[in-house]
Design a binder for this molecule. Structure first.
Ligand SMILES: [Zn+2]
Length: 411
């Protein structure tokens, strides 16, 4: 099952009853977090068993389903908390600061034509929330194959989870193999011809701003640390804020890149081959200047994978070992990394990144992963003079949907 959260703004401010509900919900979550930590329970079932009865008495004004959903939110918070502890990070008792509430799909009604939410507060008291519906939102509201999941209510907007069965993967007739770099995706597009021959051209998606954003925020954080050295708490708050801003900006860019790549893949019925970035560490010590973090590249892969799953585009992840050192023509593995160009004793030479993407595709094929039936890459099919641009920063100027997306997958 795939889930996609779509944010809607509210046409009017939240009515006081709903604000009251949000406050009650937040209070319930924060109390439940403390009680569960004390009692050492962390599953939703355990929390419900432990607290339902007392909470029912303490929150008589709250619809019972919302109370159960507060335990679900609590379980989620505790899960993150345990993860932080496991990673050895220092952290106190977690709590929810922002006003929020979450309602399960039986606990609210959405009129998909009118764009109106009916949210029960308690027996006999419901509020209606009118949503601002754009064309982008219409696509989701009108799509009857999408069912409704949970509803998250925030003071200025709501997030509706739309759910759908994972679509059957499309039968791919071409491959997009991409090597992920700090400032670009570089790769090849391989398409099989009618009489068994293949054509292969270079593709490119560039995102130079991401590295710039990282650099700039890194410098800003360093300045902050120096300037506010006397106050560690303040430094932490300010640096945290810088980090959140940086992540937002990079996230935004990466969505554009992913959209462009997937639009191409959808049009050409391509499977996508990517390197598996797990376990990869930015190589340190080699250069004096700081290596950029892997986070944006991992994020980009995450977005591509979620969006591809939604569209039924197959994504194949392969081990990138030797991908930058192997010659795709003769298979020789050179000892050291090259400059910008990969050159082999056998005479094969090519841009280093493009070469890596060819190796990724060959690894995928040699591992017997289902890429595209019968499709092979032959070095002879490579057209050196053709480069297709999937994305470049100027393309970001296109109009955007005025809604934000949050992706998630549940099984
Ligand atoms: Zn060679």
């Amino acid at each position: 099952m795939l889930v996609k959260g779509i944010a809607f703004r509210l046409a009017l401010d939240l009515p006081p009853e709903a604000i009251f509900l949000l406050q009650g919900f937040r209070l319930a979550v924060n109390k439940a977090v403390r009680a569960s930590l004390d009692a050492r329970v962390s599953s939703r079932y355990g929390i419900t068993k432990l607290l339902y009865r007392t909470f029912r008495e303490e929150h008589p004004g709250m619809y019972a389903q919302h109370l159960v959903s507060s335990f679900e939110v609590t379980a989620g918070i505790l899960k993150n908390h345990r993860k932080r502890l496991r990673h050895g990070r220092r952290c106190g008792t977690p709590f929810v600061k922002r006003l929020m509430m979450k309602a399960e799909n039986q606990a609210y009604k959405l009129d998909r034509t009118e764009g109106m939410i009916d949210l029960p507060i308690r027996a006999g008291c419901h509020v209606k929330l009118r949503l601002v519906v754009s064309q982008y939102h219409r696509r989701y509201l009108n799509d009857e194959t999408l069912s409704l999941g949970s509803l998250t209510v925030l003071p200025d907007r709501v997030i509706v989870a739309f759910r759908r069965e994972s679509p059957r993967p499309i039968a791919a007739s071409s491959v997009l193999s991409l090597d992920t770099n700090e400032r670009s995706l570089d790769g090849i597009f391989v398409e099989g011809g009618r009489n068994g021959d293949t054509s292969c051209v270079q593709v490119k998606a560039t995102f130079p701003e991401v590295a710039m954003i990282q650099q700039r925020h890194h410098e800003r954080r360093r300045r902050l640390q120096k300037k506010k050295a006397h106050d560690r708490r303040l430094t932490r708050v300010l640096c945290g804020r810088e980090g959140a801003r940086e992540h937002h900006r990079i996230d935004y860019q990466m969505h554009h890149v992913a959209d462009a790549v997937l639009e191409f893949a959808e049009d050409h019925r391509s499977a996508i081959v990517l390197e598996d970035l797990r376990g990869m560490r930015p190589n340190k010590g080699k250069e004096l200047n700081r290596r950029l973090s892997l986070w944006p590249r991992r994020k980009l892969h995450q977005i591509i994978e979620y969006k591809a799953a939604w569209k039924g585009i197959p994504v194949i992840k392969v081990d990138p070992r030797y991908s930058s050192r192997r010659c795709p023509a003769c298979g020789r593995i050179s000892d050291s990394r090259m400059g910008t160009e990969f050159a082999c004793e056998c005479g094969w030479h090519l841009d280093r990144h493009i070469n890596a993407s060819i190796n990724l595709l060959q690894t995928a094929i040699s591992k017997g992963l289902e890429v595209v039936g019968g499709l092979r890459f032959s070095p002879g099919a490579f057209q050196h003079d053709v480069v297709m641009t999937l994305y470049e920063p100027a393309m970001a100027a296109r109009s955007e949907p005025n809604g934000t997306s949050h992706f998630g997958v549940t099984s």
